[in-house]
Design a protein around this ligand. Sequence first.
Ligand code: PMP
Ligand code: GLN
Length: 380
Amino acid sequence: MNPLFANTPTSIFASMSTLAVEHDAVNLGQGFPDFGWPDDVVARAADALLHGSNQYAPMLGLPMLREAVALHYSAHQQIDVSPANVTVTSGATEALAAAILALVEPGDEVLLFQPLYDAYLPLVLRAGGIPRFIRLTPPDWRITEEALARAFGPRTRLVIFNNPHNPSARLFDAGELALLADACVRHDAIALTDEVWEHVVFDGRVFVPLARLPGMAERTVKVGSAGKIFSLTGWKVGWIVAPPELAVPISKAHQFVAYATPPNLQTAVGYGLGKDSAYFGTMRRSFAASRDDLTARLSDGGYHLLPAEGTYFLCVDLPASGITLDDAAFCDRIVREFGVAAIPLSPFYAEDPVTSIVRLCFAKKPETIAAGADALIAAR
Ligand code: PMP
Ligand code: GLN
């Protein structure tokens, strides 16, 4: 048995959702919406299930979806993508696994921003990579030139960069992107950009893919997810966009991890990606309204919150809110005693965890937000 996985704890998202069900709690933990998906996209999938193909899709994905991904990025992010360089995957998680398995050789150094999404580190370690952490510090979670200079070195092969960032809810700005791109180019490193939250940014902010910066298109492996773009997290349809010399080996890994992704869902996602900017603007405003609703209720109830620039998440500063429990103890108490689930930040750290912050998902109906906020206020 491989000790890495034998000794890995169950993902915090799975364990918190299990506790939420056991305690019949309002689930503000795992990031999934209870509103906001497009009914016409779901109808396309239903139609394709009944009238389309239910057999294996092509290994690289349906041509219509690969084309739709390319057109979508050219329309919304001004990057030039050839459909030939798109591989459809079973969610972003599979995309990350295929990319890391294909790109990392034993002994390669892989840079990871901490706090980090939980899938990255086990995959990097299993591929034989040597992790190097770049710490982002609350409350501003900024990328600095000094931190990059400490982390990059002659053995750096890959940088895994999540923007907008889960769990901090930051959208990294132009200056931070420029520093990172410059370091990647100077060290001839590949960037694996986990940009699944690319459409979920607020207050007029504009998402810029790292691939758009000078020298980056040829060294960027971009990961996207229909789960986040259309609030359909259960569908697990994702994709990878990469230059041909990286896309080909990654597709070879993909063929032995998932091989293919349900064709009916691919058809629906391909249709949905054709939606215009007005659609995505409305979606953003509706999530921003939910964020503001939860923020207002919790602030009135004495909670101190960190800014949420993107993603579905809002971070609570426990000590500043007058709470003395650490993040894990607080989350355990509120799900068992007050019927509301949240996610502690400490599992997003491989070393020296921050234990003073918990993450809440606000992509919920007004009544869910009201019930969750009432329970949190009662727990203070
Ligand atoms: N990366 C990040 C940063 C995420 O937040 C998530 C899920 N929320 C994923 C990857 C996984 O996406 P998927 O569900 O498409 O596998
Ligand atoms: N990405 C989601 C979150 O951050 C969870 C995904 C999962 O459960 N694996 O909550």
